[in-house]
Every structure is written in structure tokens, then in C-alpha cells.
Design a protein around this ligand. Sequence first.
Ligand code: P1T
Length: 358
Amino acid sequence: MPPIYQTSTYAQTTPGGHQGFEYSRTHNPTRQALEKSLASIEAGAFGFAFGSGLAAMDAVLKLLKPGDEIISTDDLYGGSYRLFTKIFEDFGLKFHFVPMHDVEQIKAKINDKTKLIWVETPTNPMMNIIDIQAVVELVKEKEVLVAVDNTFASSYLQQPLVMGADIVMHSATKYLAGHSDVVLGALVVNDDALAERIGFIQNASGAVCGPMDSFLTLRGIKTLHVRMQRHCENTATIAHFLKDHPSIEKVYWPGFESHPNHRIAKTQMKDYGGMLSFVTKGADYQAAIKIVERLKLFTLAESLGGVESLAGHPASMTHASIPKALREKSGVVDALIRLSVGIEDVRDLITDLEQAID
Ligand code: P1T
């Protein structure tokens, strides 16, 4: 097993006389092993590990300069929206938020200042699917980077670099680490010059992860494919159960043929993932709160992608930093519940939902 090099520094025989490691912000053997693994599972050339998913995003945004414009999906993790609007807008970056399942709306915002397109697919928490190849095609002749937040799908279900994206990003806190015991972020790229700039930012800004968390994420990645298969199977069963339930109004899951982006999900992803969201009958807020309070096997908690099932209330938890009007426009109403379906026996999960939903 890769050792956990729990060290901040490395002995030198003479100034500069070292074995490739000087200081752990710059390089650490355990982190380096993880970075190689990240690059490998994303079919990329260079991997970079950070202290969190948001730290990885922060490094991508530091590739840009004041005046540059970014087009982002309008339905995304609340913390990503907060980083864009509450931190980087103050440094002169301009963000356009558009519903990206409609490529025409992206096209309408592209101009000479556009430098980055930020794609999150499937989106958190509305499970919209964005056509990565169509986005790549839109900016093929331009100097615009396409970055894909691959957190919800994981590298097992979709590999954005293979589809032509420039940067893939993960909150490895989720499926990659997989056990709800690590906070960690990742970037993977193919281009040498881009890798050099990201490596420079990683070291110069310093938002790196520690060796123990690198080790845990490496261990998680070994079982990613097995876990994802079960996450997907369980989620499909639960999606159909909820769809047929008289107390549930709507279920958001890309595996349904009726899902507006089902066709793209089917070609772009190996399966439909371990996440779904649903709304109670009549969008009843009190009924939704009752359900999340009653669940026993599903734990009410932020985060996702671990082996144990979680339930979330996006409006008050993960997406509370998005203004209510904007949030509701993309479907994140107060009666929306998000499930991160774990790998438990699906019969136990259904029994839990049955007792929680009136
Ligand atoms: O939490 P962190 O590792 O910094 O990752 C941020 C992040 C980025 N992108 C997506 C799609 C995410 O879902 C997240 C984190 N999301 C949650 C904590 C959540 O419960 O949705």
C-alpha cells in the first residue's frame, strides 16, 4: 500500500540535493500517488489534488484575469455559486448564469471576453444533463476553456476530457473518496501548458490536501466502479418507487425516458448515477420536512456520494446561498428533497422511505 508520508519537509544532503521532494505544499509522495490515480481514472495526463472541491475550483478561476467572462450553468452547487459571485466577482470576473441544457442560451452569451465555460452535469440538485460535446463544439475555434464539474457522475460514469473538455473537476469528498470521511478536491487536464499553470497556482496559493486524506481518497478510488454500480441500481429502484407513490408530485432522475435530457444522459453516461431529487404532492413544504425528519436509514445531512444514504433539503442546506427567486427559477423549491442513495440493501432503503412518506 502507498505509505502515508506524514511529513512537511524532506532532508537534503546539500542545498538542492534532494530526491525530488523539498516541501509538502509543493510535492508529497502520497499526494503524488493520488494525483496519478486521478489523472488515470479521468483518462487525463495531469492530476492535481486540493484541500476541497471548492479549493480546486478556486485554482481554476485564478487562471483568469479581471474583465474575463465566465458562462456557468444556472443550476449548480450553492457553494460554487457563492465562490463565483461573492469572491471572484469582486476581483473583476463577470459570470453569466444560463440554463445550459439549452445550448442556444450559452451561444447567446459568448463574446470576445469569454474565457471559461463552467459545466456541472448532472446538476446539483435538479439532475439536468448538459451535453458536454455540444458545449465543446460551441467554442472549438475559440480560446475558451471548458471545465466540467464531474462530482455527481464520477469518473466511472463519464469522462469529460475524452469528450473534449479542457478541465475536469471533482469534489472528491463525494464518490471518489466515497465514505464521507474526507474533504478533498481534484483537477485533471491534458494540456502541458495548462497543467503547468495549475501546478503553479496549486503551489503558489497552497490549498493542498494532506497525506492522510490523499491516502483515504486513493483507497476509495479502488472501489469506485463497484460502489457506483450499486449506487446506480439502488437509485433506479428508488426513483421508480417514488414516481409511483401517490404522495410524490415529481421525481428528478435522468434515467426516466420522460426526463427532458434523457437521450443525452443515455449517450454521455454509462448509467444514471446515485442521486435523485423529488417534490412532495402539491409542493407541500411541511410534508417534505416531515419526511426528512422521519427518515431513519437515510441520514439528514449535507454532502453526498458516500456508501451510506443521505437525504438533504437543498433550499435550507446546500443551496441556501443562492437567492430564493433564482433558486426557485431552476426548480429548487422549498418542498424539494435530495437523496444520495447509498449502497445498502435497497429493500431497507425502500422500507425507510415507506415509513417516512405519508
Ligand atoms: O465540499 P467540497 O469538497 O468543497 O466540494 C464542493 C462541491 C463542488 N461541486 C459540487 C457539484 C458539489 O456537490 C460540491 C459539494 N456539495 C455538497 C456538499 C452537497 O451536499 O451538495
